[in-house]
Ligand binder design. Structure first.
Ligand code: MLT
Length: 384
């Protein structure tokens, strides 16, 4: 009786909701499932962050409506974090806003800037929200293929002239989900220059910016000297501090773009619970040793998984960043995922779920202990 809108019909069911359903079915059959599907850290949020929330939640003044843009102190802690970690100067009054997780900000950005029929440049494979938010805003996605030959960086020269003219936003995401690829200075410069030349907003999803392995420090796009002309960077506390359930992130960069996003947000949400922002302040002002230790743990898990997959004959590289392993399996990624779920009780994400160029690959998340990952390898050895 109630038909979905044409826009919603163009959006496939949310990838991770589908995978969750497959996993639940297996659990109901009594299978001891190893979930390497969704990128949801298994390790706890650090204690000092939890305590900050506990204290704040008791305060009556923290129980009221928060401000739309986020508490000034939260925004200041973001700018201190960017200065300390990346040497980037952000004006907390104008260049930073709080988000209910970076996904929320990404989903709302096109509503602020895209008109019916405008293009949004979307990486393929890519985080599904770039496409969904484009369609929800009435825009058209132009997919930029990411493939191994190009180190999973888009070929900007291949974007046709008529698309450039009608493009409003380019989504990029490095360190990359799902491929784990990284972007270095030269590529960042070419992306910033391209967006300046074509008057396009560069929306950089930097959710994995602090998950650098073996001492590698992933670059912020705002490190480029001209980036502030066109860039909004989305960041999240989810992966950096194991806070996925808390729903807190931020957007920073070009003042006008940040302001446009805030205009949408004032109309759809009422900000981030201030007790959660207090926790966010404790996180961002906390010791960076936690971040290093977290990355050390992911590197150890990566080695077990990648070495195990290589021994089985899979073509797979050791990523320098993110907690994902992007493994070439050839053929249908859905068939492969079904095979390892049925035959070994392992949940992984099919590459096709991130776009047609993800076909032939499967993504494993390193969000289980090294013992569990070693067990997954043993099960795969029995299967292949
Ligand atoms: C993923 O598995 O790709 C992420 O956890 C999804 C997200 O961050 O929303």
């Amino acid at each position: 009786m109630f038909e979905l809108s044409e826009r919603m019909k163009r959006i496939p069911p949310y990838l991770f909701a589908e995978i969750d359903a497959m996993k639940k079915k297996k659990l109901a059959e009594g299978v001891k499932v190893i979930d390497l599907g969704v990128g949801d850290p298994d390790l706890p949020t650090p204690k000092h962050i939890v305590s900050a929330m506990q204290k704040a939640v008791e305060r009556v003044d923290r129980q009221k409506y928060p401000s739309y843009e986020g508490m000034l102190e939260f925004r200041e802690s973001v700018s201190e974090f960017y200065m300390r970690r990346k040497g980037i100067n952000l004006d907390p009054q104008k260049e930073v806003i709080a988000l209910i997780g970076s996904k929320e900000g990404i989903a709302h950005l096109p509503l602020a800037f895209v008109n019916e029929g405008d293009y949004v440049l979307v990486p393929d494979p890519g985080y599904p929200v770039y496409y969904a938010s484009t369609v929800m805003a009435g825009g058209r996605a132009f997919f930029m293929p990411l493939n191994a030959e190009n180190s999973f960086l888009p070929d900007l020269e291949a974007i046709p002239e008529d698309v450039r003219k009608k493009a409003k936003i380019m989504f990029l995401n490095y360190p990359n989900n799902p491929t784990s690829a990284i972007a270095e200075k030269d590529f960042i410069k070419s992306a910033v220059d391209f967006c300046i030349d074509n008057k396009i907003i560069l929306a950089h999803d930097y959710a994995y910016g602090e998950i650098g392995l073996d001492g590698y420090r992933p670059k912020s796009f705002l490190e480029n000297k001209n980036a502030f002309e066109v860039t909004i960077e989305f960041n999240s506390l989810s992966k950096t501090y194991n806070m996925t359930g808390w729903r807190i992130g931020f957007a920073c960069g070009n003042e006008e773009i940040v302001k446009g996003l805030l205009k949408v947000k004032t109309n759809v949400d009422s900000g981030v619970f201030e007790a959660v922002q207090e926790a966010g302040i404790a996180a961002l002002r906390g010791s960076d040793e936690f971040i290093d230790e977290n990355c050390r743990i992911y590197a150890e898990r990566r080695d077990i998984l990648v070495d195990g997959l290589k021994n089985l004959g899979f073509a797979v590289e050791k990523p320098k960043a993110t907690f994902y392993v992007w493994c070439r399996v050839g053929g249908s990624s859905i068939e492969f995922v079904k095979r390892i779920l049925d035959g070994a009780g392992i949940v992984a994400t099919p590459g096709i779920g991130f776009g047609k160029n993800g076909e032939g690959y499967v993504r494993f998340a390193l969000t289980r202990s090294k013992e569990v990952i070693a067990e997954a390898i043993k099960r795969l050895e029995r299967l292949f």
